[in-house]
Design a protein around this ligand. Structure first.
Ligand SMILES: Cc1ncc(COP(=O)(O)O)c(C=O)c1O
Length: 910
């Protein structure tokens, strides 16, 4: 029997229970009733019981059908039962129930129609009306429920763009469970009869409730407020949904309440047509894709092309004798949609007034920003735009040293004085973690003590990191604002666009946190808490301030930017990215400089296909982001579980857990692992709410040192060459498997199969190995798992690039341009002249960015002093690519003369 703790999600439990029911009822139908064992009967009973807790939240097959199935079972009508369960399971798998009604009686079947359904071409599927479910919350009798459902569904008309079915649940709790569980729900109708408590009692379903605000908050509600409270609570977990509140309270009463996602209030309980039209309009507002639609329409218009772009309309291809294969490969539409025109219903990305502007506004709504800007050349560009827009030459910026190289180049372009922040190292796995808040506060306090706080402009962090470490965004921002109340935050969410669509993940995104903080800082409770803390901390020492959980002043400005590679985690063509802004001072202070920065970095020929894909990607997440992200997390979780529980895999591999990647003192919840062999799943919600760092479960880091191969060899020679599995991040002894919203359970199953095969082969190899071979294997494993070069911290900028030696900020731009003149530079060999110089106690200063790949962040930046630790690390590196390093010449460094000639060097000579 599938136990609840075996399941990460109720959706998976549902799917597996239906499959199990199909199998067992199929065997009943094939056997004589006398051959059916009591054990099987009991198992069937259990499956029905388990499904009875889940099915009330779904429109298909619906409770009436489900009860009918149970009756068939109780009356031993096994053939009928097997047939009906088979149809339900199949319709759930193929999604056929979304396209037509599924009769469950045997005589009702039209065999041909049934078979044809499964053969529908993708195009035919694309043409069917999208389907969704409407949740009606009202405590009604069975008869009233039928009446309600009929009234709602009777309004559907052939000309409607969508079709829907209704699900009725009686209580606020059930409604919360339903929206967290049934991803088909797009609209909720809250009627005055709703009650508070669910009658169902189930562990997995109840764990959902805590995500929506906890049972305590729910218990404290007043009955007359259940409706409005429900709308408010749903906003916390599924802000993209539409709610309609049907009420018998007075307009004045309702007007004063916060109504969350409520789009409209109805005072007439029986105005079903009006309700129907509103429901459709609400979904249409999300389904709308202004730019994609404009592009499709444009491509249908006959036009004569008298501007650049011979490829537009495919003209240069169809007339060609040599490049016809390109036309055949891509098909005609992409060329019909290629144009350099900004007229004809299209728009300009640089000055949007039409469909691009509207598409950006819709994206802003979807991602919860105040402004959103599209970018067609990746987050690399987004980062440079934000940095240039906000940072003036001489401003101090605190930067996570392991951040993407676009930030370092951004600092050079902006002329920032950079304070690099060190992440905690994970020496054992040759990777860095993330920057502890204490380190950030420490730097801010030091700058404050040096009287430089007014020049501190921005804190820049990567969330989540490549390896999946996620910050406690709210805590970081609040505590930093307590020291510097107008600090600007740039969260590099290149890998985190999907996070918005999971209630658990959303709370750690820049935009959601900005909105929360804006609200919270205005409350009286916050003001009181702040004032109380001020009294206690009046003249606290820095050490006390580091230890305290600081509260931001109510007057702090919330200034948050998030850059996202939509193309990395959601549907978008490569390079499709977005900049999301929630900055209280954007309009007053930044808009103009942002515009200039956007102009600096954006092509005058942005790719329309990318923009269209961003628009469609936004539509997708607003309608099914919740479902896709949930499935993604499920797939990753089943991967974690499969690897952790497979005895053969445990011998050579280990999935790194939060416990492996986050030091204990940063895990306040005490959660070590999301899955445990004995205890099953841990609810992630807890740790995501409180811990300093959490692990993004969708990224699975596998330690492979036990195989004797290093990460790179495992990736290239084993996974890629032998099994065609692609991954893009490795460390010395790990490989990273990233799931995405396209990852299926079967692709996970294939990966597990491959890992088992690799483990089997290794077993065979070791079985037949000679003593020497065995020794060599053990040595390789020991080397990879026990001997690891410690990861070096950022050393420091050379004094010539620092305004003083009180605080660590450095002028990276001067260093960068100093190296443009060859005569300022020299090359030193790692093991030769460089080593000698360091041994002799000389200061050697890097003239370039040195970026080993992996991990892909600079181990040295221009102007940085080369430490012995950095040299040792470089010598131990066994990667193929080190960008900026010339193996034939050595490391590029500044000559002592070039450094001495800098004015700064003279000024701060010790
Ligand atoms: C943290 C981070 N930021 C930014 C980028 C750049 O994004 P894009 O490829 O969209 O330019 C990357 C790319 O890997 C990244 O890892």
């Amino acid at each position: 029997m599938n136990s609840v703790s075996d399941y990460y999600s109720a959706t998976q439990l549902r799917t597996d229970n239906w499959s199990a029911l199909r199998e067992i009822t199929g065997s009943f139908a094939r056997n004589m009733p006398s051959k059916i064992s009591a054990k099987d009967t009991a198992k069937t009973q259990e499956l029905f019981e388990s499904l009875a807790l889940i099915e009330p939240y779904w429109a298909f097959p619906g409770m009436a059908a489900f009860i009918h199935l149970r009756r068939l079972f109780e009356h031993n009508s096994y053939e009928e039962l097997a047939f009906a369960v088979h149809r339900v399971t199949r319709a759930l798998t193929t999604g056929a129930y979304r396209r037509r009604s599924i009769p469950l009686e045997r005589d009702s079947i039209d065999k041909e129609e049934y078979d044809d359904e499964s053969l529908l071409s993708p195009e035919a599927r694309a043409m069917t009306k999208p389907y969704f479910e409407v949740l009606i919350v009202d405590n009604v009798s069975d008869q009233q429920e039928r009446w309600l459902k009929n009234n709602v569904t009777r309004m559907r008309r052939p000309e409607d763009p969508f079709t829907y079915e209704a699900v009725v649940v009686p209580s606020l709790e059930d409604a919360l469970i339903a929206v967290l569980f049934n991803h088909n729900i797009q609209a909720i109708v809250v009627r005055p009869g709703l009650v508070l408590k669910s009658k169902l009692d189930n562990e997995i379903l109840h764990s959902f409730l805590s995500r929506a605000g906890g049972s305590d908050a729910i218990d404290a509600m007043l009955p007359e407020n259940y409706g409005p409270e429900l709308c408010r609570l749903i906003e916390r977990v599924r802000p993209e949904l539409d709610a309609y509140l049907v009420t018998d309270r007075s307009v004045e009463d309702i007007a004063g309440l916060e109504l969350g996602i409520c789009r409209r209030v109805f005072y007439n309980q029986e105005d079903f047509m009006e309700l129907h039209l509103n429901i459709l309009r609400g979904v249409e507002a999300r389904n709308k894709t202004p730019f994609f639609t404009a592009l499709v329409n444009y491509s249908k218009q006959p036009t004569g092309v008298f501007h650049a772009m011979p490829i537009s309309r495919g003209k240069s291809i169809t007339r060609s004798h040599w490049i016809q294969d390109m036309g055949a490969f891509y098909g005609p539409n992409i060329f019909l949609a290629e144009t350099s025109a900004t007229s004809g219903g299209l728009d300009s990305l640089l000055e949007p007034h039409g469909p691009i502007k509207e598409a950006q506004e819709l994206a802003s709504r979807a991602f919860g920003s105040k402004q959103t800007f599209f970018a067609t050349n990746g987050t690399s560009t987004c980062n440079k735009i934000v940095v240039q827009a906000l940072v003036r030459p001489g401003d101090i910026v605190l930067v996570d040293r392991d951040c993407h190289k676009s930030h370092h180049y951004g600092m050079v372009l902006a002329g920032a004085e950079v304070v690099y922040l060190d992440s905690y190292p994970l020496n054992e796995y040759s990777m860095y973690g993330a920057v502890p808040l204490r380190e950030i506060k420490h730097q801010l306090l030091a700058l404050k003590a040096a009287g430089k706080l007014d020049r501190v402009r921005m804190l820049l962090l990567t969330n989540c990191t490549f390896d999946g470490l996620v910050y406690n965004v709210e805590r970081v921002m609040e505590e930093c604002l307590a020291i510097k109340p107008d600090l600007v935050f740039l969260w590099d969410e290149a890998w985190f666009a999907f996070a918005r669509f999971s209630p658990t993940y959303r709370q750690r995104t820049g935009m959601r946190t900005a909105n929360n903080l804006r609200k919270r800082l205005k409350t009286d409770e916050h003001k009181e808490a702040y004032e109380a803390q001020q009294k206690v901390l009046g003249d606290a020492t820095d050490e006390e301030l580091l230890d305290a959980r600081l509260i931001a002043p109510p007057t702090a400005r919330i200034r948050v930017y998030a850059t996202q590679s939509t193309h990395k985690t959601l549907t978008s063509l490569r390079q499709g990215s977005m900049i999301h802004v929630s900055d209280q001072d954007f309009k007053g202070e930044v808009e103009q400089s942002f515009h200039e920065a956007y102009m600096t970095h954006t092509s005058t020929s942005p790719n329309y296909q990318i923009i269209a894909s961003l628009d469609v990607g936004r539509r997708q997440v607003e309608l099914e982001g919740f479902e896709f992200v949930q499935r993604q997390i499920e797939a990753a979780m089943s991967m974690r579980r499969a690897i952790s529980t497979h005895p053969r895999l445990q011998k050579y591999f280990k999935v790194l857990t939060a416990g492996d990647m986050i030091p204990e003192h940063h895990r306040q919840s005490g959660v070590v692992s999301y899955f445990d062999n004995e205890q099953g799943w841990t609810d992630m919600w807890d740790c995501w709410q409180q811990d300093d760092f959490v692990l993004d479960a969708t990224r699975v880091t596998l330690a492979v040192g036990g195989t004797g191969w290093d990460g790179d060899t495992f990736k290239n020679d084993v996974l890629m060459d032998k099994y065609g599995i692609q991954i893009n991040k490795t460390s010395r002894n790990t490989v990273l498997f990233m799931t995405n919203i396209g990852t299926t359970r079967s692709s996970v199953a294939y990966l597990i199969e491959v890992l088992v095969e690799i483990a089997n082969e290794l077993d065979d190899l070791l079985d037949d190995a000679s003593k020497m071979e065995r020794l060599s294997f053990d040595r390789r494993v020991k080397n990879l798992t026990e001997n690891y070069p410690p990861l070096p911290d950022f050393s420091r900028f050379h004094d010539s690039f620092r305004p003083d030696n009180v605080t660590p900020e450095g002028d990276i731009r001067t260093a960068y341009y100093l190296s443009y003149d060859e005569k300022n530079c020299d090359y030193l060999e790692l093991e030769g002249s460089l080593n000698d110089a360091l041994q002799a106690g000389k200061e050697v200063v890097s003239a370039s960015f040195i970026i080993p790949y992996p991990p892909g962040f600079p181990i040295l930046v221009p102007g940085q002093v080369i430490s012995k630790e950095i040299l040792a690390f470089m010598l131990a590196l066994d990667v193929n690519e080190i960008h900026g390093y010339r193996a034939d010449l050595g490391l590029r460094v500044f000559t002592p003369e070039a450094l001495a000639a800098l004015p700064q060097a003279k000024k701060i000579k010790k």
